[in-house]
Write a protein that binds this ligand. Structure first.
Ligand code: GLC
Length: 820
């Protein structure tokens, strides 16, 4: 053995020498630095391979690295809206290295060959190029290779199948119409080339801003590197370092933007199918929701509302007077969302087609002929949403809907989806003045469609929030739209996959996400439907949807008992709206998602990445949701560090342990984190209905400090941008056992005149409000109604719950402290 080793080493070295970089190598390396100039916060370099590089400091925690085989020219991005902050970064160089030092990190650029490494202030490696591979080109394809750190894990990359930890897997970004996708299928509809690496107590983010088809390798088929590359364009990435994952998300959304406050109605329950028609059917659904006391706010119209699938038309036989219908729905407390597909039918005499031709807005082949692809209406042309002209045309056209009282736009088929799924690459996109081929335009098309819809909606209704949903997207789409996970299947593993897809989108900047509740293709079992609708109540956009040829999927379609379960959980959702809305405010300010994979707050706990636990998530910071397949009576869960209250019984579980729990068919297992603060309201049937004027704030005794930013506004306009909101921080201090409501900020008057504080786990009934003793009342905490299965005669079946203490105070918006 001992003799063989050196021989082997020699053979390996000789083989390697055949493949090292050289003049005629098929792989072009980035090369060694021949020239480096430092100017303010940036370094510009060239190499002996004629690579052009710029490293710029965007903020103390964000460094951008750009490389190309030609001089770097126009700096254009659909994703990034941030400019570098003016700040002090020290940049020094010697013969071998350039060192960039900010308040948060050190970046070392090696000159020979060019390579980058990032370190903490204490000198610990966060991330470094893989020696020998660094960055290289194969033809137009450019890839950067990073050394795989010991135990390194990877999360994010948006809408990607697979486990939470992406180590050992590779992924492609190419927006794809993935009807009825498999649970391991890749790629799906949306491209978000951003991921977070985690190892040995540190974590960082990398955003690779390139809209060509991109490929990520997190140690798939190799034990050496993680890599990211694209079929063309620049190597252009942003390195982000923070000690907390939530701060990495904040920095990533500083770069790519955040969502507006959504219309409040879009956070209520949405009923949909492919398709509800005619109008009488729409009213039957709306009426039944009201009759059965299933709260709901939205009805969505799928492609059959159109005349022969022609956009900007209504089928007059099915929908004789859309304006009157939408008005009547509004009176019943429903908002209408319509599907909009990008394909415009090629048909002489059809208005949108004629206008599109006249204004010359359609995507063309390189020879100037309009491109045609087949979708629902048959042969269609596609507006070029990457051109201001194309977007402006769309904005004008979409007025058609704003004028008929539509409140939401559902942008579908915008990957672009065409039958055959093989759009030619010699089709050109304007790319906002940087004419390019399908190869670069493809992945941003859906995002730009959503942008045009968003801008159009704002133009026609400047002070009204319109709801936007999109299937395809690119980094930064969150500025315009919510994203849903497309055509899933009515299967247990799809329900769990959907949770992971949304959790992953959450760490990738998309806080407003959805999946088709109940599954799109196929028919769920009764148990699966029941479980899915329970889970749906704890997702950001809560929409039940199903395909054209499936069984009915309304909450009453699965029998009496499931109707009750659905009513129970949808009602709970409505009672939680003050909590949910405040969490959306958080997302609009910091980018932190509503659906928080446990990797956000428990990043370095290896258990959260285990396959058996990696679909668990927090909904806001308070709720720990355990999504299980249907039909399970027992299941293993993991409680991360801390204490966790069973929402239904108040029983406390100690964190840091795995546990087998019983699972009830009618009750999704839900736990509440110690020290949580959860504002709730009374039940309403839709968001247009006023709740009682008491805001109920639940507080759970715990050992950790916590604070919650409570937020209200009118839920409908943009007045909040001018101070029209009501906001106050509520903090819990475990040492002093106090709950403090800070003075309220903003010019909006709260909807609530009283605040009822409900104390969980505190015991005693003596409290003090601003130092004055008061007696708390005996109360009962119960989040769901009993299900009749357990009470068939409807006799006095005790509500499930437990005893607590509560106290009502006047909400005068001044600061006050309650000693609990
Ligand atoms: C696509 C959408 C689906 C929709 C259908 C008909 O498959 O993903 O949600 O119902 O088209 O418009």
């Amino acid at each position: 053995m001992k003799i063989i080793k050196p021989v082997l080493a020699f053979v390996v070295a000789s083989v390697c020498s055949l493949t090292v970089w050289g003049q005629n190598s098929p792989v072009m390396p980035v090369g060694s630095v021949t020239n480096a100039s430092i100017e303010g916060q940036q370094v510009t370099l060239t190499t002996d391979q004629n690579a052009h590089i710029r490293v710029s400091v965007y903020s103390p925690t964000v460094v951008r690295v750009r490389m190309d085989k030609q001089p770097l020219t126009d700096d254009f991005s659909y994703a990034v809206i941030a400019k570098p902050q003016q700040m002090k970064a020290s940049i020094t160089q010697n013969n071998t290295d350039i060192t960039i030092t900010t308040d948060s990190l050190t970046a070392r650029i090696s000159k020979n060959p060019f390579a980058v490494a990032f370190f903490t202030k204490a000198g610990k490696v966060i991330n470094q190029d893989e020696q020998g591979l660094t960055t290289s080109w194969i033809g137009e394809e450019v890839t950067t290779y990073k050394h795989m750190q010991e135990g390194e894990r990877f999360i994010g990359l948006g809408e990607k199948t697979g486990g939470l930890d992406r180590r050992g897997s590779g992924f492609t970004n190419w927006n794809t119409d993935a009807f009825g996708y498999r649970t391991g299928q890749d790629p799906l509809y949306t491209t978000i080339p951003f991921y977070i690496g985690i190892h040995s107590g540190v974590n960082y983010g990398i955003f690779f801003d390139n809209s060509y088809q991109s490929d990520f390798n997190f140690g798939a088929s190799n034990d050496r590197f993680s890599s990211f590359g694209a079929q063309g364009g620049e190597m252009d990435y942003y390195f982000i370092y923070h000690t907390k994952v939530a701060d990495i998300i904040r920095s990533y959304t500083d770069l790519t933007g955040r969502m507006d406050m959504p219309p409040l109605w879009s956070l209520g329950y949405q009923q949909n199918r492919y398709s509800y028609y005619p109008e009488t059917e729409v009213f039957r659904i709306a009426q039944t929701l009201r009759e059965k006391k299933i709260p709901a706010d939205g009805i969505t119209l799928d492609i059959h509302y159109m005349d022969a699938y022609k956009l900007f038309t209504w089928d007059k036989n099915r929908f004789g007077d859309p304006m009157a219908m939408n008005k009547k729905l509004k009176d019943m407390g429903f908002k209408t969302t319509v599907i909009v597909d990008p394909g415009i039918k090629v048909e002489e005499g059809y208005g949108a087609y004629e206008r599109g031709l006249k204004e010359d807005v359609f995507i063309k082949y390189v020879d100037g002929k309009n491109y045609s692809g087949q979708v629902w209406p048959g042969w269609t042309h596609f507006p070029d949403f990457t051109s201001p002209k194309g977007r402006d045309w769309w904005k004008k056209e979409i007025k058609f809907f704003s004028d008929t009282g539509v409140d939401g736009f559902w942008n579908d088929m915008n990957e672009i989806a065409t039958w055959g799924q093989k759009m030619p690459n010699n089709v050109l996109f304007d790319y906002d003045g940087h004419t390019t081929t399908h190869k670069e335009g493809h992945n941003v098309y859906g995002m730009q469609m959503a942008r045009a819809s968003y801008e159009g909606a704002r133009q026609h209704n400047p002070n009204k929030r319109t709801f936007l949903l999109s299937r395809a997207g690119y980094s930064g789409s969150q500025r315009y739209t919510a994203i849903w996970t497309g055509d899933n299947r009515s299967e247990d593993d799809h329900m769990l996959l959907g949770i992971r897809l949304m959790n992953s989108m959450g760490v990738s900047g998309v806080a407003f996400s959805a999946m088709d509740i109940g599954g799109f293709t196929g028919n769920p079992s009764v148990g699966l439907y029941a479980r899915w609708i329970q889970l749906g109540a704890f997702t950001p956009y809560f929409r039940n949807h199903t395909a054209v040829n499936t069984k009915s999927s309304e909450p009453w379609a699965y029998g009496e008992e499931v109707t009750e379960i659905a009513r129970n959980f949808i009602s709970l959702r409505y009672k939680l709206l003050p909590y949910i809305y405040s969490n959306f405010y958080q997302a609009s300010q910091t980018g932190e998602p509503l659906m928080r994979t446990l990797a956000i707050d428990y990043t370095h706990d290896p258990n959260v990445y285990k396959g058996e636990f990696d679909s668990q998530y927090q909904f806001g910071k308070a709720f720990l949701i355990m999504p299980f397949e249907s039909g399970k009576n027992y299941g293993k869960v993991y409680f991360p560090k801390g204490k966790w209250y069973n929402m239904f019984t108040g029983q406390v579980e100690q964190g840091g342990q795995e546990k087998i729990i019983g699972i009830e068919y009618n009750k999704l297992p839900i736990y509440i984190k110690e020290s949580s603060i959860i504002p709730m309201q009374s039940l309403v049937q839709h968001t247009g209905q006023k709740p009682t004027d008491t805001l109920t704030v639940h507080v759970y005794k715990g050992d950790v400090r916590n604070s919650f930013v409570y937020y209200e506004d009118d839920g409908d306009t943009y007045n909040y941008e001018k101070g029209g909101y009501y906001k106050r921080t509520i903090s819990y201090d475990p040492k002093r056992s106090t709950l403090t409501f800070d003075k309220a900020e903003g010019s909006y008057k709260s909807n609530f005149n009283n605040i009822k504080v409900v104390m969980h786990g505190f015991g005693g009934s003596k409290v003090k409000v601003n130092g004055k003793s008061q007696q708390a009342n005996k109360d009962f905490a119960s989040f769901l109604d009993p299900i009749s299965r357990f009470d068939p005669q409807g006799d006095a079946n005790p509500r499930e719950g437990y005893e607590v203490q509560s106290l009502v105070v006047k909400n005068d918006s001044d600061k006050f402290t309650i000693k609990l």
